[in-house]
Ligand binder design. Structure first.
Ligand code: ZN
Length: 1005
C-alpha cells in the first residue's frame, strides 16, 4: 500500500510539469518483444511483455489491442468486405492470407496467486481482455502474450514479396485510450492508424543473410548494415563486384552463424516497424549529428545512390527549421514493397527515390509520428499537413512550379516540353475544385471508412486537407503561420493532437477567433464565390485618386478577400475585405493613376469561379494529346486541323476549336470546306452546368450545318449516382432535336453487296422535329458489370416536322470480364409504334449495327463514301448481327441477342511483330441472333457466328499521338456462318459458311 502510494506520487510528480495547464494526459506503454522470422514458412513467432500505465483519471476494467494482421485472414473480414464494395479483392488467393494468433495471454504479477493464464476475446482485428482487477488512475499492469503470425503475401502496406519482408502494423498493439475512451476500431479498408506513445525494446531474430532496418536505435547485435555498405558512386562493375563479394562473405559467415539477432530501443513512439531482406544495399548520411540510414534493393542503385541520403538530410533540416528539431536519434529510409510510400516512427518505406515522396513520408514522422493524431478520425491533420508542407518545401526550393522543372524538361520529349503545365499548386486546387463542385463533395473531417468512396477519402485528406493549411496561412499571414508551426511543436510534440488542440494554438498565436474558418472548411461542404462589383474612380482637387471597389459575395462560404490595385507606375496596393457581408467595399486613395483591379489576385480563397475577378485571359494551344491544363485564370482554347472525305464534298478541310474553363463553359466550334462541293460547313456546341438544378445537371446547346444536314439540339443531362465512383451510376438526358436534310446528295451510304458497291439512301428528305429521352444505368460487382440503356424518341409535326413516329429501344448488357475467359452477353429490343410510313431512314433500326443518325456522330462515317464500303465498317448498335453487313434493309422492329467469349491472347509469331504497333490482342468467339421486321412488315429470324480478334494499343506520349490519339482499338470479326445469307443478283443464295469480315474501332458491345 505504502509502496503504491509512493509510486503514485512519483508518477504524479513526473507527470505534472509535462502536462500541466490543460489537464492533458496520455497513457504509457512499454513493449519488450522477442520475435523470430522463419522465411521458409513465412512465419513470425514472438513473445511480448507489456507494461501499461493508466495515466487517465478513470478506472479501467479491460484493455483492447489491435491485431491488424487479422484483417487479411480471409475474405470475410471487415477490411475484405469493405474492399469488395470498392471492387478490390483484398486476398486474390487463399495462400496470400496472413493473420496473427495469440497462443497465450498471462497477467504478470508480483502476487503469485494471480491467475497465470487469462481469457481474452478476439473479434476481427480487435482483442479484448478483462483486467484481473480494476486499474485505477496512476496504476500500471504487466502482461505477456505469445503469438504466431503467418506473414501475408504483400498486401495493404505489409507482407513479403520474394525475399523481402515489410513488417508494419504487425504485432499485438495496445489500442489508444484517451479522453474519448477506447479507440478499439478494427482494421478498415480506408484510413490509417492511431497509436499509444511508449517505449519499445525489440529483439529481432532473422536468418544471418537478412539485413534489418527498424524504428529505434541498435542496442545489441548487428543489423548487418556494414556488411552491405558499398560505395555505389564507383563505376557500375566495380561496386557490383564489391557488393557480390560482400554477399559471398555473408553467405560464408552464415554457415557458422545461421541467425542474426539484433535489438532496437525506441522511446516516445507510438508504433514500431521493421524491414528485412538479403538484397539490401546500405548507405549512410546524417543531419546535424543524427544518422540517416538508407536501405535499398541493389537493382535500384542508379536512382537511390547518394540522392536519398541527401534528400533525407534536407527533409530533416526543413522540418527541424520550420517546426522543431527532429526529436529522434535516427532516421531510416527504406525501399519498401508498396506502390507509394508509408511512414512509421523513425522509418519510412518508399517505392521510389522521389524528392517529394521523401519529404512527404519523412514529414509524416512529424504529422502522425511526433504529433500523434487519430488518422482514422482526422486524416487531414496528418495527410493534409504533410502534403501541405511538402508543397511548401518544393515551392521554396524550386519556385512557383513546385517541382524540379529543369530536370523534368531535360528528360522530356518534344511533346512533353511543349505541352503547357500547371504549377503543382494549381493542379492540386483544380482537382479540389472539380471534386467540390461535382455535387458529390464531402467534408474534410469524417471517419475515413465513412466516406462514400476512396476518392472522397483521398481528396479530402490530402488535396482539400493541404489547401486548408494554405488558406490558414493566407488568413493569419505568413509570419504568424510560421509562429503557429513552432508553437504547435512546442506544445504538442510527442502527444496526441486533434482539431481543437491545433485550433487553440492557431487562435492563441494569431489572437484571432478562427472558429468560423475551421467549421466552414473542415465540417461543411460550403463553397466560396466572390466577384468584383461596381468600380468608381474620382480625382480629387488635390490630384489624388479615390477608387471605390465594390465586392459581391455570391455564395454561402466566406473568406477574407484581397483586392489588388495596380497603378500606372507598376506599384501594387492590396487591401483586404473580411468578406462576411453580402456586399463590401474597399477604398484606395493614391496619387498614381489606377490601372487594373483584381480580386484575390493569387488564387488564395478557393473561389470556385474566378470569372469576375479581373484576372481572366484566353489562352490558345494546339490540341496536344493528354493535355491536362485548366488554369484558374484562363479560358483555354485548343485548336486542331480537321478533315475527312466524302463523295459529295470531296476532301474536306477545316479547323476545330474547343474551349473550356476548368471543365465548365465548354465550347466547341468547327468549320470545314468541301474541295469538290465548295460547301462551307459550321458547327457550334456549348455545354455548362445548369446552376438552379444543382451541380450535377448540365445543359447542352448545339447547332450545325454539316454535310447537307442542318441540325439544332438542346439537351439536359442529369446524374443520379451516389458518388463519383459509386457502384451504380445512373444518368438521364432529355432533349429536343431539329434536323433537316438540306442537300439530298449526302443522304446515301455505300454498301459492299455481292461483289459490287451499291449506294442506298439512308437519310430521309425533309425535316424531323423530335423530343427524346435517354436513360442509362451501369453497375458493377467484384467480377461482373452490367449496363442498361433505354431511350424513346417522339417525332411530331411541330417546328416544320414532316414525320410523326414514336420509337423506343433499349439494351441490357452483362459481362464477366477475365483475361483467361470472359463472357459478354447483350440483349436488345427496339420498335416503332404507329404508322410505319412515317419512319425516317436515319432512325430505322439496322440488323447489322447502329442507325444512320448514330453513324452521323462519327466524322469518318457521316456521309456517302466517307469510309470505304469494302471495309464493312461495323459501328456497334441495333441488332449487332455482324454477319449482315450486306443486307442493309431499314427495320421497324428488332429483337436481338449477342453472346461473346473473349480471351486475352498474344498471337505467336505474327503477334511479336505486330505487338508494338497494334498492342495487346484479345481473341473472341461470338454468336448473334435476332428477329427483324422490315418496313414492309416482313419478319426474318437471323443468326450468325464467328471468331474475331481485337487489338488495343496505348499510344506512347510522343508527337505521333497527335494523329493516333492516346489509345486505339482495332477489331476484326469474321462472321463465318450466317443463317440467312444474301440472295445474289442471279437469284442464287450465297453460302451460309463463307469467309466474311467486318472492321471496327470499337468493341462489339
Ligand atoms: Zn501521407
Amino acid at each position: 500500500m505504502e509502496k503504491r502510494l509512493a509510486f503514485l506520487l512519483v508518477v504524479l510528480l513526473l507527470a505534472a510539469p509535462l502536462y500541466a495547464g490543460d489537464g492533458y494526459w496520455q497513457q504509457f506503454v512499454h513493449y519488450k518483444m522477442e520475435v523470430k522470422l522463419d522465411p521458409a514458412t513465412h512465419t513470425l513467432t514472438g513473445t511480448s511483455s507489456i507494461l501499461y500505465r493508466n495515466n487517465s483519471p478513470n478506472t479501467l476494467d479491460k484493455i483492447y489491442m489491435y491485431l491488424y494482421p487479422n484483417g487479411f485472414r480471409n475474405n470475410e473480414t471487415i477490411l475484405a468486405k469493405e474492399a469488395a464494395k470498392f471492387f478490390v479483392k483484398s486476398l486474390p488467393r487463399d495462400e496470400a492470407a496472413g493473420w496473427i494468433d495469440i497462443n497465450q495471454f498471462r497477467w504478470l504479477s508480483e502476487n503469485a496467486d494471480a491467475t497465470p493464464v487469462s481469457a481474452f476475446k478476439v473479434d476481427d482485428s480487435i482483442l479484448e481482455a478483462a483486467l484481473p482487477k480494476p486499474l485505477k488512475p496512476g496504476e500500471e499492469i504487466r502482461f505477456e502474450l505469445t503469438f504466431t503470425s503467418k506473414v501475408r503475401k504483400f498486401q495493404g502496406r505489409a507482407g513479403y514479396r520474394g525475399t523481402q519482408y515489410d513488417f508494419a502494423q504487425w504485432y499485438p498493439k495496445l489500442c489508444v485510450y484517451d479522453e474519448e475512451g477506447w479507440h478499439n476500431v478494427p482494421l478498415h479498408y480506408l484510413g490509417e492508424f492511431y497509436g499509444e506513445f511508449g517505449t519499445f525494446d525489440m529483439t529481432i531474430d532473422v536468418p544471418f543473410e537478412y539485413i534489418v532496418g527498424a524504428t529505434g536505435v541498435v542496442t545489441d547485435g548487428d543489423p548487418g548494415w556494414s556488411s552491405v555498405e558499398v560505395d555505389t558512386s564507383l563505376n557500375d562493375s566495380d561496386w557490383q563486384k564489391k557488393y557480390s563479394e560482400m554477399k559471398k562473405a555473408l553467405a560464408e559467415q552464415a554457415k557458422s552463424t545461421p541467425r542474426r539477432r539484433v535489438s532496437f530501443h525506441a522511446e516516445d513512439v507510438h508504433d514500431f516497424a521493421w524491414i528485412t531482406s538479403p538484397d539490401f544495399v546500405y548507405e549512410k548520411g546524417s543531419y546535424d549529428g543524427i544518422p540517416i540510414h538508407v536501405l535499398f534493393r541493389d537493382h535500384a542503385k542508379q536512382k537511390w545512390s547518394k540522392v536519398v541520403t541527401e534528400r533525407g538530410r534536407r527533409s530533416l533540416e526543413w522540418l527541424s527549421t520550420k517546426f522543431g528539431r527532429y526529436p529522434y536519434p535516427q532516421l531510416t529510409i527504406t525501399h519498401g514493397l508498396l506502390g507509394g510510400g508509408m511512414e512509421y516512427p523513425m522509418l519510412v518505406m518508399n517505392a521510389s527515390e522521389s524528392e517529394g515522396l521523401i519529404l512527404h513520408e519523412v514529414g509524416h514522422i512529424y504529422f502522425f509520428g511526433i504529433f500523434g493524431n487519430n488518422e482514422q478520425k482526422e486524416a487531414w491533420l496528418d495527410e493534409g499537413f504533410t502534403s501541405f508542407q511538402t508543397r511548401w518545401y518544393m515551392e521554396t526550393r524550386y519556385g512557383k512550379m513546385g517541382y524540379d522543372v529543369a530536370t523534368a524538361k531535360k528528360n522530356a520529349n518534344w511533346l512533353q516540353r511543349h505541352r503547357p503545365e500547371l504549377t503543382s499548386n494549381e493542379s492540386n486546387r483544380g482537382f479540389a475544385q472539380y471534386y467540390m463542385n461535382s455535387g458529390f463533395n464531402e467534408p474534410i473531417t469524417r471517419y475515413a471508412y465513412k466516406y462514400s468512396d476512396g476518392l472522397g477519402y483521398g481528396v479530402n485528406a490530402y488535396t482539400k486537407g493541404s489547401i486548408f493549411f494554405e488558406m490558414l496561412r493566407y488568413v493569419v499571414g505568413e509570419e504568424t503561420f510560421e509562429k503557429i508551426c513552432k508553437e504547435y511543436f512546442n506544445r504538442w510534440a510527442l502527444k496526441h493532437v486533434n482539431e481543437d488542440r491545433f485550433r487553440q494554438v492557431c487562435e492563441d498565436v494569431s489572437s484571432t477567433d478562427l472558429g468560423w474558418f475551421f467549421k466552414q472548411w473542415l465540417h461543411d461542404t460550403t463553397t466560396v464565390d466572390y466577384s468584383l462589383g461596381k468600380i468608381s474612380k474620382q480625382m480629387a482637387a488635390n490630384g489624388h485618386w479615390q477608387i471605390i471597389v465594390e465586392v459581391n459575395r455570391n455564395d454561402r462560404g466566406v473568406m477574407p478577400v484581397d483586392v489588388e490595385l495596380a497603378q500606372s507606375n507598376g506599384e501594387k496596393l492590396v487591401s483586404r475585405w473580411d468578406g462576411m457581408a453580402e456586399k463590401g467595399e474597399v477604398v484606395f486613395t493614391t496619387r498614381q493613376e489606377p490601372r487594373r483591379i483584381t480580386l484575390d489576385p493569387h488564387d488564395q480563397i478557393m473561389d470556385k469561379n474566378r470569372i469576375g475577378h479581373g484576372t481572366m485571359r484566353v489562352e490558345f494551344f494546339p490540341d496536344y494529346p493528354r493535355m491536362d491544363y485548366e488554369p484558374p485564370d484562363a479560358y483555354v482554347v485548343t485548336l486542331r486541323p480537321s478533315g475527312w472525305y466524302n463523295d459529295v464534298d470531296g476532301a474536306r478541310f477545316g479547323l476545330r476549336a474547343r474551349g473550356t474553363y476548368r471543365g465548365l463553359r465548354n465550347l466547341q466550334l468547327g468549320t470545314w470546306f468541301g474541295s469538290r462541293s465548295s460547301e462551307l460547313d459550321g458547327y457550334f456546341q456549348f455545354n455548362n452546368r445548369l446552376g438552379f438544378l444543382g451541380t450535377r445537371t448540365t445543359y447542352t446547346l448545339s447547332a450545325s450545318k454539316v454535310e447537307g444536314r442542318i441540325m439544332g439540339e438542346t439537351l439536359l443531362s442529369f446524374n443520379w449516382s451516389r458518388s463519383l465512383t459509386a457502384q451504380v451510376q445512373s444518368n438521364m438526358q432529355i432533349g429536343f432535336n431539329y434536323g433537316k436534310l438540306d442537300e439530298s446528295d449526302y443522304g446515301f451510304r455505300k454498301f459492299d453487296i455481292d461483289g459490287g458497291t451499291l449506294s442506298l439512301k439512308d437519310w430521309s428528305d425533309g425535316t424531323v422535329s423530335s423530343a427524346f429521352i435517354n436513360y442509362s444505368v451501369t453497375s458493377r460487382g467484384m467480377n461482373w458489370r452490367s449496363a442498361i440503356n433505354w431511350s424513346a424518341r417522339y417525332a411530331g409535326e411541330f417546328l416544320g416536322g414532316d414525320s410523326t413516329f414514336t420509337k423506343v429501344d433499349g439494351s441490357v448488357r452483362l459481362w464477366w470480364p477475365s483475361p483467361k475467359l470472359g463472357l459478354y452477353v447483350r440483349g436488345y429490343a427496339g420498335s416503332f409504334i404507329g404508322d410505319e410510313k412515317q419512319i425516317t431512314l436515319q432512325d430505322a433500326f439496322s440488323a447489322f449495327g447502329a442507325t444512320s443518325r448514330e453513324q452521323f456522330q462519327s466524322s469518318y462515317l457521316r456521309s456517302v463514301g466517307s469510309f470505304p464500303a469494302e471495309a464493312h465498317y461495323h459501328l456497334p448498335g441495333g441488332g449487332n448481327l455482324r454477319g449482315y453487313f450486306d443486307q442493309p434493309a431499314p427495320l421497324r422492329k428488332i429483337f436481338a441477342m449477342n453472346v461473346e467469349l473473349r480471351r486475352d491472347q498474344q498471337l505467336p509469331l505474327l503477334g511479336k511483330l505486330l505487338r508494338p504497333v497494334l498492342g495487346n490482342s484479345t481473341i473472341s468467339a461470338f454468336f448473334d441472333a435476332g428477329r427483324a421486321t422490315d418496313l414492309t412488315e416482313t419478319t426474318n429470324n437471323l443468326a450468325d457466328a464467328g471468331v474475331g480478334i481485337t487489338f488495343k494499343s496505348q499510344v506512347p506520349d510522343k508527337w505521333y499521338s497527335f494523329f493516333l490519339g492516346t489509345d486505339y482499338t482495332i477489331r476484326l470479326d469474321f462472321p463465318i456462318w450466317v443463317s440467312d445469307p444474301i440472295v445474289k443478283a442471279d437469284g442464287k443464295v450465297d453460302d451460309e459458311m463463307k469467309f466474311r469480315y467486318v472492321l471496327s474501332f470499337q468493341n462489339s458491345f
